[in-house]
Design a binder for this molecule. Structure first.
Ligand SMILES: Nc1ncnc2c1ncn2[C@@H]1O[C@H](COP(=O)(O)OP(=O)(O)OP(=O)(O)O)[C@@H](O)[C@H]1O
Ligand SMILES: O=P(O)(O)OC[C@H]1O[C@](O)(CO)[C@@H](O)[C@@H]1O
Ligand SMILES: [Mg+2]
Length: 334
């Protein structure tokens, strides 16, 4: 774990996101082209604990840029949350002679990276970590955008468009739950894009009467006979919302929880391109001696920020988008 970067590891961690493969490819190819060896660590942080790795060359990442999922597999690691687990990971890094690691994942993955790097520093050594944001939740505070979000939005939109066809024919109300963990980005982007009657997000405290009952009522008064309610998983359960709509309005909604379908599929152009740029920047950053960074998009540019400072940043939710939704759907059909 010296100063000059000769060999790096790359891993994917947390929930998978379309475009993770494109990011792995960019990391491996950029490293190889700079004369840096690259080791794939499999199954997230668990791979470092369990010696689960695979040496990678340029050909090992051929034919993956268009694939969803991650060729390195991913995991959530309980063991890595403990100093003892991280000690085993440090031993593997020493054994493999890693100078740095590119960790592709969400905020949790980066907290893990920081914890590892601090523990190494306590032992008087250095292990440079670089994070690449990839999560369908788009909830990494320091980055405007996270790899996978665009594809997940497009997948959800395709599903909701199909639901709308049958809701329109049967003159029904549909309640659709989308992922996002504690964030409402996915729900709001999808809601705007499908012309949802109502969207519930955790960033805006829900007033059921104002945000659901009145929206459906106004849509009905405008002549509409089908309604689409999009619920972010962080704002509540679609099943509960459906029951409440039945109680308060006497209609009989159909509930769909989109679930993990939103995490799959071939990555969109935006996700492939962003992943390629971020993967490239991650290796540049390590090779140029800038460790403990998170690669971020800010105003369309890819930049690297100090990991600790970046993790302390919070994203300001753009409420203007909620106003766009209201201005374009309230009192009308989709
Ligand atoms: N504070 C922490 N210290 C050490 N390791 C952590 C910490 N937080 C998270 N990790 C590690 O990172 C892994 C991934 O974190 P998490 O499950 O939050 O997913 P994520 O990277 O945020 O991605 P996503 O939210 O898209 O699923 C955890 O399973 C754990 O191994
Ligand atoms: O794959 P799991 O463990 O069910 O996790 C689901 C969670 O992961 C995500 O898909 C990505 O963070 C969230 O939107 C969701 O809450
Ligand atoms: Mg997360």
């Amino acid at each position: 774990m010296g100063n000059q970067v000769k060999r790096i590891g790359v891993l994917t961690s947390g929930g998978d996101a379309p475009g993770m493969n494109a990011a792995v490819r960019a990391v491996v190819r950029t490293a190889v082209n700079r004369g840096i060896e690259c080791i794939g660590i499999r199954r997230g942080w668990n791979g470092l604990i369990n010696h689960d790795f695979v040496p990678m060359d340029s050909n090992s990442v051929s034919h993956i840029i268009d694939k969803g999922g991650t060729m390195l597999y991913t995991a959530r690691s309980e063991a890595f949350m403990t100093p003892e687990g991280r000690e085993k990971a440090i031993a593997t890094c020493k054994l493999l002679g890693l100078d740095g690691i590119v960790a592709i994942g969400g905020d949790g993955t980066f907290r893990g990276a920081l914890a590892l790097s601090r523990q190494v520093a306590q032992q008087g050594e250095t292990l440079q970590m670089v994070g690449v944001p990839a999560t369908i939740d788009n909830d990494v505070g320091c980055s405007n955008y996270t790899i996978g979000f665009d594809t997940a939005c497009n997948t959800a939109i395709e599903c909701v468009d199909k639901l709308r066809d049958t809701m329109q024919s049967h003159e029904r109300c549909s309640v659709v739950e989308v992922m996002g963990r504690r964030a409402g980005y996915l729900a709001l982007y999808v809601g705007i894009s499908v012309g949802a009657t109502a969207v519930l997000i955790p960033e805006r405290p829900v007033d059921f009467d104002r945000d659901v009952v009145e929206k459906i009522r106004q849509a009905r008064l405008s002549g509409t006979t089908h309604y689409m309610v999009v619920v972010a998983e962080g704002a509540g359960s679609a099943v509960d919302i459906g029951k409440r709509i039945h109680e308060e309005l006497g209609i009989d909604p159909r509930v769909t929880v989109l679930g993990h379908i939103q995490r799959g599929g071939s990555p969109s152009a935006r996700d492939r391109e962003t992943a390629s740029r971020m993967g490239y920047e991650a290796v540049q950053s390590l090779a140029e001696g800038r460790g403990n960074r998170i690669i971020c998009t800010q105003d369309g540019k890819v930049v690297d920020l100090d990991m600790e400072e970046a993790l302390a940043m919070t994203k300001v939710f753009d409420m203007e988008r909620y106003r766009v939704l209201e201005a374009t759907t309230t009192g009308a059909g989709d």
